[in-house]
Design a protein around this ligand. Structure first.
Ligand SMILES: NC(=O)c1ccc[n+]([C@@H]2O[C@H](COP(=O)([O-])OP(=O)(O)OC[C@H]3O[C@@H](n4cnc5c(N)ncnc54)[C@H](O)[C@@H]3O)[C@@H](O)[C@H]2O)c1
Length: 262
């Protein structure tokens, strides 16, 4: 199991779901983690050893200059070198389609899911280029390669992030900077709470939900239940960030128990 001892890792969306599981995994493997989230982080859940290696930065990353300021704050705490960036913070849409989409919904979802990760990559690249090393992992989605799994804003944001991942991978390969993405299937997290119900489109939901039903399991009372755990995704992220994947860049790793085969 690769160690991240003494490596500095920035993780967005660290307070919940996949980002929280990823934070715990990197801390377990010896990393110094700079966690960013708009919501508070409950540091009392961390052991004393983990607390000493963790700094939490609470901010809405969509605010102007928030990404640059966050990276600068990380460097003040842990030094100039940044070994890993995990772009995990994200929101989902209300299943709207091109005919029902509101401009505010487009701006909100594209802003956090696509613009913020690109800005954070821009912000860490100078330090990674100087060090001639770095690994970036972007949390995309099945909706990053399928048009049948989410509303138009979420789908476009994750397709955009897939493109940005490949672009950064190729452009900076000679700087020894790798950039990869995970494409999780349905995971039981707090993501549903990010739906703006004023933008909920029932027809869109009914059009896309059958694709999701082909992948999720069923609870005892017959309700759809995600089968992918947050730890499953965290392990994929850690693999792509680790030296085990030193020749892997520009890759899209589905973590969805074969949903990607559809
Ligand atoms: N849960 C799933 O089924 C699933 C599937 C595929 C991909 N994903 C992706 O995984 C990532 C993590 O989502 P999750 O499922 O763990 O959801 P989650 O809601 O549990 O976690 C997302 C985190 O992002 C933070 N965040 C949202 N907007 C922010 C902002 N403006 N500034 C800073 N932080 C912000 C939230 O506060 C939250 O803590 C997202 O990018 C999501 O699109 C999730």
């Amino acid at each position: 199991m690769p160690s991240f001892e003494n490596q500095v890792v920035i993780i967005t969306g660290c307070s919940s779901g996949i980002g929280l599981a990823t934070t715990n995994l990197f801390l377990d493997r010896g990393a110094k983690v700079f966690g960013i989230d708009i919501q508070p982080f409950n540091t009392t859940t961390l052991s004393a050893d983990h607390q000493s290696k963790f700094l939490f930065h609470q901010v809405d990353l969509t605010i102007a200059k928030a990404t640059d300021d966050a990276v600068a704050a990380c460097q003040i705490k842990f030094g100039k070198k940044i070994d890993v960036l995990v772009n995990c913070a994200g929101v989902t849409d209300g299943w709207s389609s091109a005919d029902t989409l509101k401009e505010s919904e487009w701006d909100r979802v594209i802003g956090i899911n696509l613009t913020v990760p690109v800005k954070l990559m821009s912000a860490v690249l100078p330090a990674m280029k100087e060090a001639k090393s770095g690994a970036i992992v972007n949390v995309c989605s099945k909706a990053g390669v399928s048009g049948a799994a989410a509303g138009i804003a979420y789908t476009a944001s994750k397709h955009g992030l897939v493109g940005a991942t490949k672009n950064v991978a190729w452009r900076f390969r000679q700087d020894n900077i790798r950039c990869n993405a995970v494409l999780p299937g349905g995971v039981n997290t707090n993501i549903a709470s990010s739906v703006n119900m004023e933008c909920f489109d029932p027809e869109g939901f009914n059009a896309f939900f059958p694709t999701i039903q082909m992948h999720v399991g069923k609870s005892q009372d017959g309700q759809p239940e995600p089968i992918i755990g947050t730890d499953d995704v965290a392990h994929g992220i850690a693999y792509l960030a680790s030296s085990d994947a030193r020749m892997v860049s520009g890759a899209l790793l589905p973590i969805d128990s074969a949903w990607s085969t559809l």
